[in-house]
Design a protein around this ligand. Structure first.
Ligand code: GAP
Length: 433
């Protein structure tokens, strides 16, 4: 993990938040490459749900909602709380399961376990009293449930159908950690599938399979992914059935997405609390939910793609001594698709041509121009961030109007005419588009 964290910071994927003030509560910022990659993940998920799958529409609900939503959803009660013990001396709190009799920090005695709610409180308006109190959403799906009828009616949908949403969620996690794995502010990619009670089991199995397939289709190794049936005592408070999709991180198998059969729990509770009737053809629809984390899958994709080659892949004397890092990100996820490299920087004609190529490609792809250091070093810098193709402009390019295209994974090079470059790259990057 240390290597991943270091690469992420060094190469502009992820920075600790508020770093100049010593960081802040396990929050992180996505840097220039991180934001590109995270956007690529979200785009892949959105395309999967709203284009590839049938009968799913999108939504972007507000983060702030009426506190009544959280009353109805069960998030303000014991169902969404961690059991903690507090040290009587240093007042640090720990999960009951993680400690024995004494405080692990100062050795002080521990009080009886108490439930601490994970909702993040905030105030709306200028007066900070109980009437203005609400919460930052702890899961994005509640915004979908309260809009169930709006979406159904405005889009003239028929059950079964789904609503997809991507957005931030907040939890006052007691033990955040493992870099961006568990944070207090994170992004969810959730799809809620409304169906009849009779069809719930069938759709649960369908969505479980589809979600496993999605990770594999984006390059996650089969051996690093599994689906775990969650026993009743470990399930979320709303779940009748729960399967966690887990990834084998360096810190062990951990959940990256949950598939839940929420039954009629949510719509029944919102019907009860709001006085609305959510019945559809005589029944309250069941909900099958797929709930993934954009940050957690970001980490899984990064870890899965990371590789080191001892002694290096290239056989020049300079390179053979070093360990090369190769980030084999799947092509749609790689933050930079193409690097444009003049072979040397002291030949104005070569630099000029390279800059022309860079300008030509910029509107179509994410491209980096780099002229600093030896060509071998520049290739390695690009391999380290997962750039798919490196284009080198050399002396021959001046005569023949072409360049060499180097493949990140095979390191094979071929010459391509500059006039054929855009269709050639489009074909390699987006073969089915
Ligand atoms: N709506 C259902 C729901 O929120 P969850 O299992 O609590 O279910 C779903 O969360 C996904 O959200 C998780 O699988 C994970 O990817 C992401 N997630 C949850 N808590 C997180 C946290 N503290 N930090 C980062 N991601 C988190």
């Amino acid at each position: 993990m240390q290597k991943i964290v270091s690469l992420a910071k060094r190469r502009g994927f992820v920075f600790p938040s508020s770093e100049i003030y010593g960081g802040f509560g396990s929050c992180y910022d996505f840097g220039p490459l991180g934001v590109e990659m995270k956007n690529n993940i979200k785009k892949a998920w959105w395309g999967e749900m709203t284009r590839k799958q049938n009968n799913i529409v999108g939504l972007d609900a507000a983060i702030l909602m009426s506190p009544k939503v959280w009353q109805a959803s069960g998030h303000l009660t014991a169902g969404f709380a961690d059991e903690l013990v507090e040290c009587s001396k240093c007042h640090k709190r720990f999960k009951s399961d993680d400690v024995k009799n004494k405080c692990p920090k100062c050795g002080g005695s521990l009080a009886k376990p108490r439930k601490f709610n994970l909702m993040m409180k905030t105030f709306v308006g200028s007066v900070e009293d109980e009437t203005s109190e609400t919460f930052l959403r702890a899961e994005t799906c509640q915004g979908i449930y309260v809009n169930f009828e709006n979406v159904l009616n405005s889009m003239r949908l028929k059950i079964p159908f789904g609503i997809a949403q991507i957005g931030k969620a907040f939890r006052n996690e007691i033990t955040p950690g493992n870099f961006i794995y568990r944070t207090r502010e994170f992004e969810q990619m959730e799809m809620q599938w409304f169906c009849s009670p009779q069809q719930a089991d069938k759709f649960f199995n369908y969505w479980k399979q589809q979600r496993m397939k999605w990770y594999l289709s984006l390059g996650i190794k089969k051996t690093n992914l599994r689906a775990r049936e969650i026993p009743i005592r470990e399930r979320a408070h709303y779940a009748r059935r729960q399967v966690d999709i887990e990834y084998k991180f360096p810190f062990g198998w951990q959940e990256i997405e949950g598939v839940h059969n929420r039954g009629d729990y949510d719509l029944s509770n919102h019907a009860k609390h709001s006085g609305q009737d959510f019945k559809y053809e005589g029944y309250i629809p069941y909900i099958i939910e797929t709930s993934g984390g954009a940050d957690r899958s970001f980490l899984a994709f990064l870890v899965d793609a990371y590789g080191e080659v001892k002694g290096g892949r290239t056989k020049t004397t300079e390179a053979t001594k070093e360990t090369e890092i190769l980030l084999k990100l799947y092509k749609t996820l790689a933050p930079i698709k193409i690097a444009v490299l003049p072979l040397v920087k002291n030949k104005p004609a070569i630099v000029k041509k390279a800059k022309e190529v860079y300008k030509l490609l910029k509107p179509y792809f994410t491209v980096q121009y780099d002229e600093v250091g030896s060509i071998g070093r520049r290739y390695r810098r690009q391999d380290e961030i997962g750039t798919l193709y490196a284009l080198t402009i050399d002396f021959d390019s001046l005569k023949k109007n072409d360049l060499t295209l180097r493949d990140r994974d095979t390191m094979k090079q071929k010459r391509v005419k500059i006039k054929d470059l855009i269709p050639c790259l489009k074909k390699q990057l987006y073969p089915t588009a």
